[in-house]
Ligand binder design. Structure first.
Ligand code: F3S
Length: 380
């Protein structure tokens, strides 16, 4: 409560308000361990449903790799134990708003994690500030947050108008768009025009994750497609946009080039940052059916436990594994379980994965490029 009140004081908040749910992005890091254990050992319990971010699948990775540093593994294990004591929803997923912890429009919540904050504000129309892992967990335990920022309607006004001239054809284009928008807008609320067809759930997830990684975008508008404004005028609450920019093909191309640190031979492919949805898993299975991943190349797909359960039932997992790739649950790309790849060259469809990379060099491309590279062992 002291922490939440201090945050409220810093933002001149006048009162605390109840929340209905929280998502705490604390994972296997030492600072997270300190906080989660402090609460658990003090006897705290989550008062509202509070979901948890990925750490890593302990049983699976310790069986697969022998060299995970013991001290880092111990931190991750203790964080996971402490969350259980707190009575959190141990979802270990970074897309909890799809299945394990879904707010409705108008709910006040406390969601941390890059894709989660802008997704619940913009796509669902719930109200959350850009919580830290620590403040979101405190809010989950107390069941209240200070009222400030995006919990107040007038602060949800767009601040930056972006005309998207370039044609967006798939999730990867939205990924690059998010990366570019985060960089040029920084801390504002962008309203995007020029998008002529409804973005898919996966496209929006990727836009959210990347814009809130290269920048700090907690909310955005695509008038007509996101819930709170059907026109640019509504998004700006009737004001005239002061800051404007155009997004061109060149901007997205430059974003992709900026993320590459190498080209040529690859050691592994890593997908699922943010966690892949069932639809994305189906796409990987379709592309890998009847194929074989190149000898010496590892192929990892990260997802949530719920999506994996369905992938097992439907048969996607078997197709993916038969091709020599692996579908893993509960795991973040920024965890010590990937130590085996520290000096290796990886390829991913996620700039966020490239940004936090725990490996030597990285290439970033579309899903079809990643699959092609995995089958050939190299990418141009
Ligand atoms: Fe999810 Fe970790 Fe990426 S939390 S978005 S897999 S950095």
């Amino acid at each position: 409560m002291e922490m939440l009140v201090a945050i409220g004081d810093a933002y001149d908040s006048e009162k605390m308000v109840p929340i209905t749910r929280a998502h705490a992005a604390a994972s296997g890091q030492e600072g997270d361990l300190y906080w989660v254990e402090l609460l658990a050992e003090g006897g705290a319990k989550c008062k509202v449903p509070t979901s948890t971010n990925p750490v890593y699948d302990f049983k699976y990775f310790h069986k697969t790799f022998k060299d995970i540093p013991k001290d880092e593994a111990e931190v991750a294990r203790r964080v996971m134990e402490a969350y259980k004591k707190l009575g959190a929803i141990i979802s270990w997923s970074c897309t909890p708003y799809l299945c394990e912890n879904i707010p409705l429009r108008g709910e006040t919540v406390a969601f941390s994690e890059s894709s989660a904050t802008p997704f619940v504000n913009s796509v669902i129309g719930a109200y959350t500030n850009r919580e830290a892992a620590q403040s979101a967990l405190a809010a989950g335990v107390i069941g209240r947050v200070p009222k400030y920022g995006l919990l107040i309607g007038e602060n949800r006004k767009a601040t930056f108008l972006l005309d998207v001239e370039t044609k967006l054809t798939d999730e990867f284009d939205y990924t690059l768009l998010g990366y570019h928008v985060g960089k040029i807008v920084g801390y504002g609320i962008p309203a995007l025009t020029g998008i002529t067809s409804r973005p898919s759930t996966e496209e929006l997830i990727n836009f959210c994750a990347m814009s809130n990684t290269s920048g700090a975008i907690s909310m955005f508008y695509i008038p007509g497609y996101t819930v709170e404004a059907s026109t640019v005028k509504e998004a700006f609450h009737g004001d005239v946009p002061k800051e404007k920019a155009t997004v061109t093909d060149r901007d997205l191309k430059r974003a992709q080039e900026e993320l590459q640190t190498t080209s040529g031979k690859i050691d592994f492919v890593q997908l699922g940052c943010p966690h892949y949805t069932l639809k994305q898993i189906a796409d990987v299975a379709r592309r890998l059916e009847g194929e074989k991943v190149h000898e010496g190349v590892a192929f990892w797909v990260c997802t949530s436990a719920t999506a994996k359960l369905l992938a097992d039932r439907i048969g996607y997992t078997q197709i993916i594994e038969k091709a020599g790739a692996r579908l893993v649950v509960d795991t973040c790309i920024d965890e010590p379980c990937w130590i085996a790849y520290k000096q290796k060259v990886g390829m991913t469809d996620s700039p966020k994965c490239a940004y936090y990379r725990r490996f030597k060099d990285v290439m970033v491309g579309r899903l079809e490029d990643c699959v092609e590279a995995a089958l050939k062992g190299t990418w141009r």
